[in-house]
Design a protein around this ligand. Structure first.
Ligand code: HEC
Length: 156
């Protein structure tokens, strides 16, 4: 009788121990993952935003203001804005590897488009949307994250 009980419970006990080990293992993995994430965030924090990222953010906000000027027929892109675009050539990016000849070419194409917009005030809406396309083209190769946001700049 005693043997019978033992035999009946052994699988349950083994199963229980097995499960206990599995769940501990799971917790350990999760903790390790969490620790990695935390370390990454902390590591990235001191060098926060690169010069290029800050410049891009300013370019985005200023483009949004230019869009309003064009929509309300109150103004156009300025020489100051085009000068800001030229600073892309020298601004330090988060990832130094982005500064390739291709990156330089995209920057020049965008500056050309900005100059076209500046010198064709009778076709501002189309010119502005062409400029936004140049932002998106470079982003497709180098930084896809903000594309959705950049597309919102378009004048419909
Ligand atoms: C020549 C390539 C290129 C062009 C052209 C370009 N971008 Fe960027 N953009 C980048 C790269 C690379 C980053 C990532 C910057 C970094 O992290 O150092 C970036 C980042 C951004 C960001 C995110 C900034 C942040 O908060 O971290 C925004 C928004 C942005 N760009 C908007 C624009 C707009 C608007 C235009 C057009 C007026 C534009 N970009 C044109 C390459 C480009």
């Amino acid at each position: 009788m005693t043997t019978f009980i033992k035999n009946r419970y052994i699988p349950t006990i083994i199963f229980g121990i097995f499960f206990f080990i599995i769940s501990c293992a799971d917790i350990t993995t999760e903790q390790v993952i969490n620790e990695e994430v935390t370390t990454e965030v902390v590591d990235n924090h001191p060098n926060k935003d690169s010069e290029l990222a800050l410049l891009m953010r300013k370019m985005y906000n200023d483009a949004d203001s230019i869009k309003q000027l064009i929509v309300n027929d109150e103004g156009n892109i300025s020489k100051e804005y085009i000068e800001a675009l030229e600073r892309i050539h020298t601004a330090t990016p988060t990832d130094a590897d982005v500064k390739t000849p291709e990156f330089k070419a995209y920057t020049e194409l965008m500056i050309n488009e900005a100059n076209t917009l500046f010198s064709n005030p009778e076709n501002k809406k189309e010119g502005f949307n062409n400029l936004v396309n140049k932002c998106v083209e470079c982003h497709q190769s180098f930084c896809p994250g903000p594309i959705k946001k950049i597309n919102k700049l378009r004048i419909n």
